[in-house]
Design a protein around this ligand. Structure first.
Ligand SMILES: Nc1ncnc2c1ncn2[C@@H]1O[C@H](COP(=O)(O)OP(=O)(O)OP(=O)(O)O)[C@@H](O)[C@H]1O
Ligand SMILES: [Mg+2]
Length: 210
């Protein structure tokens, strides 16, 4: 099926800037969204950390770039990953995205964060982040949105994850999310969870450090 999010005969996402080159779009998008991320870091979007809150965050980050900012994707996606030799993670089916997203968020909020050690909290936060990321609720911008969302949530439970650590290591973080979720119908469980847990653990601003 043709991807309706793309310009005709092109691999570039239709965008409000009218950019038809992938490189130009990536460059403009990266700069633009980093500004928005800075704004969110100092002025968070209030909410209850359920799905409308996540959608509001995506809308804020991408509203000047894409018409569909803040909306769940309507198609299935495949993203080729270098660390999987070009294969893609098995993201949620478009039909299941809304339900899977909400289930992840409900489970994240049910966790007994206040009783956990820092190591346990790092493992559980990695699990929540990675599971939400594997849904890939949006056509584009999932990594930035779910990381920002989980970092903001982490402030409410006293973990205070360092957003700059994720931003400054964005390639490593993406690869760690891929490694965490490398479970396939045909090839089996190839997952490695320790890379993501390590960076989340490093990102926790422990009380004695602040
Ligand atoms: N946490 C982050 N903070 C700031 N910039 C990020 C962050 N994560 C990724 N980036 C940058 O965003 C750009 C796009 O990265 P990437 O495609 O991996 O993420 P995404 O578009 O948010 O997610 P996806 O493509 O999986 O929907 C890259 O320039 C990357 O360096
Ligand atoms: Mg992307």
């Amino acid at each position: 099926m043709r991807d309706p999010y793309l310009y005709e005969n092109s691999d570039v996402l239709r965008n409000k800037l009218g950019l038809k080159s992938q490189k130009d779009l990536e460059d403009a998008e990266a700069d633009y969204v980093v500004c928005k991320l800075r704004q969110l870091a100092t002025d968070p979007i209030p909410g209850d950390y359920f799905h409308t809150h996540l959608l509001a965050m995506h809308r804020f980050l991408f509203e000047d770039l894409f018409d569909w900012a803040g909306e769940y994707r309507r198609i299935n996606i495949f993203k080729s990953e270098r660390v999987l030799a070009g294969l893609s993670i098995d993201y949620s089916d478009a039909f299941d995205v809304a339900r899977d997203t909400e289930n992840c968020l409900v489970d994240m909020q049910k966790k007994q964060w206040s009783t956990m050690s820092y190591q346990e909290a790092a493992e559980e936060m990695s699990e929540s982040l990675a599971r939400l990321w594997k849904v890939h609720p949006f056509r584009e911008g999932n990594t930035r949105t779910v990381i920002t969302f989980c970092c903001q949530y982490s402030d409410t439970i006293g973990l205070n994850l360092d957003r700059m650590l994720f931003e400054n290591n964005s390639k490593y973080v993406r690869d760690a999310l891929v490694a965490y979720n490398a479970v396939f119908h045909d090839a089996g469980d190839l997952s490695q969870k320790e890379h993501l847990v390590r960076i989340v653990n490093d990102g926790i601003r422990r009380k004695e450090q602040t």
